[in-house]
Design a protein around this ligand. Structure first.
Ligand code: FHN
Length: 460
């Protein structure tokens, strides 16, 4: 594609994402998530040992399920026949609160089955799950004694999906987490945002009179307290910190640490704080100076949009998972269940394919760390160190036609070299170009084939 076409494509992408109303694509191509510190190095308030102690399981987990589920799913992000375009439907269509609240009176997801959702995550090889407990529309998808605008009080369904999913995840041995929109709440009159750009200015037009600290005290702190004391989530996944001050981010983190020191908090608690960095819909070119996670949609839109049939492919999803792992990160892959409480079949099938691949090749992902030999145009490398010995996993996306791979930068002795999928031993030898691995003609796995190389000592 020539430069002119690339420029046109980029401009169209910027327009599209802006119109989608849930992300502003900046001139440099980054996505505006309401967090001005998106790419900052985090400032930890505790010793590295304390952070590592809280964190250990998370880094080994590598792969989690993200779920965006709320009133916007009732008619697939449509309202009175109008396309709300995404989970930002209330803002995109400037739906008055009094009208939006009526959606709750019809919300009755009778097909919701927490055990089914947890099983889909388990079968996909996912080790943790994060679900929207309150998105920007301000509606609590959980039992919130402090605010009646919640799923038990406002819907005919009268069940608590956060409670049910928490219990279902425990049965499957999956860590449970909750998403909470920190700086955007279109139901609260005091929740303002940067330049008013992501506020409810149709019910509450006087943006300049809003005081975030009132919303912070009246809603954020009581609901975060309820989420921790009622469900003890392993993760609180904050989103869009917007105008929260450093003092408020610090106070909120202190509250969470007091209520549950084991609870992991992402960087969108705001102001360069939190346990790990978030990258949205993008994978960094290299590693990150701290633990990090890419969150990504399995289709185009986070919430369920009834005309969103743009599904990613199984191989691209596996390649993303391996690419992220090879850079020391985690993948949080999102599904948007329907208003009836169903995870759509294309998502289920893609997740099943990922799970089948991980069943065979999971040791190249879980508990591994960044590649010590960079990345390759044909695939990625991940590393495991155990009992003083190192295992390198080369996940091959594009199988070489010439029947060999040459890996520069390794000089260690090779103990064993094999294909994980078939356990077939492979011949290796050193040349001035590096370690050469001789391969069979055909790749054993259509999504990605993993070569396991056990070497003596370590390699950094
Ligand atoms: O505006 C939200 C969006 O709806 C979605 O929840 C994503 C998920 O990371 N976060 C915000 C956009 O950055």
């Amino acid at each position: 594609m020539n430069q002119q076409l690339k420029t046109i494509a980029f401009i169209l992408c910027v327009i599209f994402l802006h119109l989608e109303g849930y992300a502003q694509v900046n001139a440099d191509g980054t996505i505006d998530t309401g967090d001005k510190y998106e790419n900052a190095k985090l400032e930890y308030l505790e010793s590295p040992e304390v952070v590592e102690e809280r964190f250990g399981w998370w880094s080994d987990a590598r792969f989690g399920m993200f779920i965006h589920w709320g009133l916007y799913a009732q008619d697939g992000c449509f309202w009175k026949g109008q396309d709300g375009r995404s989970e930002h439907m209330m803002r995109n269509l400037q739906i008055p609160i009094a009208e939006y609240e009526k959606i709750a009176t019809e919300f009755n997801p009778e097909k919701f089955n927490a055990d089914e959702w947890a099983e889909i995550a388990k079968n996909a090889g996912m080790k943790y799950l994060v679900i929207t407990s309150k998105h920007h529309d301000g509606f609590a998808m959980f039992n919130s004694p402090s605010h009646d605008y919640n799923i038990l009080k406002q819907t005919p369904w009268k069940r608590d999906p956060i409670k049910e999913l928490n219990e279902a995840c425990k049965k499957q041995g999956i860590k449970f987490g909750v998403y909470y929109s920190l700086g955007r709440d279109w139901h609260h009159p005091q929740c303002n945002s940067v330049d008013g750009w992501r506020s409810n200015v149709w019910d509450f037009p006087e943006e300049e009179k809003k005081d975030y600290s009132i919303y912070f005290s009246e809603k954020v702190k009581p609901q975060i307290t309820e989420l921790i004391t009622q469900y003890k989530p392993a993760i609180i996944w904050f989103d869009t910190p917007e105008l929260i001050t450093k003092e408020q981010s610090t106070e909120l983190l202190g509250l969470i640490r007091k209520l549950d020191p084991d609870c992991i908090v992402n960087q969108r608690v705001g102001n360069k704080l939190g346990d790990y960095a978030v990258r949205e819909q993008k994978i960094p070119k290299g590693g990150e100076p701290q633990p990090w996670e890419t969150c990504m949609t399995i289709s185009k839109i986070w919430g369920y949009h009834k005309e969103d049939h743009v599904w990613k492919s199984a191989d691209s999803l596996v390649h993303s998972l391996v690419d992220i792992t090879s850079k020391g990160g985690n993948l949080l892959l999102n599904v948007g269940p329907t208003g009836e409480g169903v995870i759509r079949q294309p998502s289920v099938e893609l997740l099943k394919e990922m799970g089948e691949w991980l069943q065979v090749n999971g040791e190249a992902v879980y508990g591994t760390t960044s590649s010590p030999v960079g990345k390759f145009d044909w695939g990625r490398c991940t590393k495991r160190v155990e009992n003083g010995n190192t295992t390198l996993y080369f996940s091959v996306f594009n199988w070489p036609a010439n029947g060999k791979l040459v890996i520069p930068g390794i000089t260690n002795d090779v103990i064993k070299s094999s294909l994980i999928a078939t356990d077939k031993s492979l011949e290796t030898f050193y040349s001035e170009d590096g370690l050469t691995i001789e391969l069979p003609k055909a790749a054993p796995d259509k999504l990605a084939s993993v070569i396991k190389i056990e070497i003596t000592g370590t390699i950094n």
